[in-house]
Design a protein. Structure first.
Length: 457
């Protein structure tokens, strides 16, 4: 039998968890950079920082509640997902009963709570029966992120496992009663609801709200997390605070290996160390990732990685040439300005990295042509350098320089000397043979008016 708890709700559980980890409520100290009222998200990772949009008006907040015609479909899984309106909106659940004020705490020692204060009603969208469940039918707006047909929701039906489909949407656990296996692994604690552990989704809401605030600007994840994980994150967060949990959502598609989903049983799982051992530079892997939009499946194959290695080699060669150039033509300045604008526009268009990457390669081709003209315009050269550095600060596709060890350097210089002697004797076949020998060792050579240059590819 389902018993309604007098003191229930997400806030109550979060509060209790925090009290276990801290003897006194922590101060409500915001992050150093929260990006306004909502918490900011650091994109970090391979891409570096995000370019600020020049002279642009703020992006529209697509996270408005549903209209009579339904939620706006922005395409794919990047959303303009609404979540639940504030408590004073029509979508707020009417549960009746009095209110009780709870201090919110922080994340400490792995036990999660919130910051600030909330009011919880004596009867809210949760109930307990050994475990504590979130009653999804009590929260209007549940299912907006995943486009769940809430007409199919069966009130009171509960899901035991953590992973389930939209077709089986049921009340989810906020607090799970302890099982023998939980006790055996030490994953059980005493609580006002009995021995147990937090539900799968609760930890993410607590951490996000601790470090980024009650409303996030951007929440990311894989498409497999849209339902139930992110849907339930929204429900418990907004059910607790009455505020929008995240303004925007970005969900990435799967990474495939030679056309198949990565799986240990298939033996096709690739790690970062595997790529390093194969000699794939970090810049080449970033190039590979950026070559496909994040909302499309990405297929990692040996051919694709080889193409990316060659691609960043070209970019690296250009970076070195640009750094060593003495001047340029006036036309290069305009090319640089146009390229920076194109890359910026692409990244602000749903992070369209393939378009941005294509613009960079077009810039490399055009800039090389202008440098071939041996101009003397230093202002144009500086503009090209600034634009290139700014773009690479985001994409980070210039490979790190790899210098040869002393033994290889001596061998290369010896073979180049032999090649020079062969050419001076007009033994061009021998000179070509020596060049091929050098290049077979992964060394690129270039004959210039100032002598022969070489580098490790």
């Amino acid at each position: 039998m389902k018993s309604r708890a007098g003191l229930v709700g997400v806030a109550g559980i979060l509060l209790w968890l925090g009290a276990c980890g801290s003897s006194s409520p922590p101060k409500n100290t915001p992050p150093d950079d929260t990006g306004g009222e909502g918490g900011s998200v650091s994109t970090g990772g391979a891409g570096g920082t995000v370019m600020p949009k020049p002279d642009a008006s703020p992006s529209p907040d697509l996270s408005a509640p549903e209209s009579d015609t339904g939620t706006t479909d922005t395409g794919g899984s990047m959303g303009a997902e609404a979540g639940v309106p504030p408590p004073d909106a029509a979508a707020s659940p009417d549960t009746g009963g009095g209110t009780g004020e709870f201090p919110l705490a922080a994340v400490k020692a792995g036990k999660a709570t919130l910051l600030g204060k909330v009011n919880t009603q004596t009867e809210g969208p949760s109930y307990r029966d050994g475990s504590v469940y979130f009653a999804i039918d009590k929260l209007k707006g549940y299912g907006k992120l995943s486009r769940l047909d809430t007409r199919e929701v069966k009130a009171g039906a509960r899901v035991i496992q953590d992973d389930y489909s939209k077709e089986n949407a049921q009340d989810f656990a906020l607090w799970k009663a302890a099982k023998p296996e939980d006790e055996a692994t030490g994953a059980a604690w005493d609580s006002p609801w009995g021995r147990g552990r937090p539900g799968w989704h609760l930890e993410c809401s607590a951490m996000a709200m601790k470090y980024l605030g009650e409303t996030l600007d951007l929440h990311c994840g894989g498409i497999d997390l849209i339902f139930p994980h992110h849907e339930d994150e929204i429900a418990q967060s907004e059910g607790s605070t009455g505020k929008l949990f995240s303004r925007f959502w970005c969900h990435g598609e799967f990474l495939l290996t030679e056309g198949s989903k990565m799986a240990k049983r298939l033996g096709n799982v690739a790690t970062v160390q595997d790529l390093r051992d194969q000699g794939v530079p970090a810049a080449a892997f970033r190039h590979f990732v950026f070559s496909t939009h994040y909302r499309k499946q990405l297929n990692m194959s040996s051919e694709a990685l080889e193409a990316s290695i060659e691609g960043v080699r070209r970019i690296g060669d250009f970076a070195q040439r640009l750094a060593e150039a003495k001047g340029a033509t006036p036309e290069l300045e305009k090319i640089a300005e146009d390229t920076e604008a194109e890359v910026t526009a692409a990244l602000f268009d749903d992070l369209n990295a393939p378009i941005a990457l294509g613009a960079l390669f077009t810039f490399v081709r055009k800039a090389n042509a202008e440098l071939d003209r041996n101009g003397f315009d230093k202002r144009a050269l500086d503009a090209a350098r600034r634009a290139f550095a700014r773009i690479n600060s985001v994409l980070d596709v210039v490979p790190e320089a790899v210098g040869p060890d002393a033994e290889i350097a001596r061998w290369v210089e010896d073979r180049l000397s032999a090649r020079k002697d062969a050419r001076s004797r007009r033994e061009f076949a021998e000179a070509d043979r020596i060049r091929a020998e050098i290049e077979s060792k992964g060394i690129a050579i270039e004959d210039t008016p100032h002598g022969t240059k070489w580098k490790v590819r």
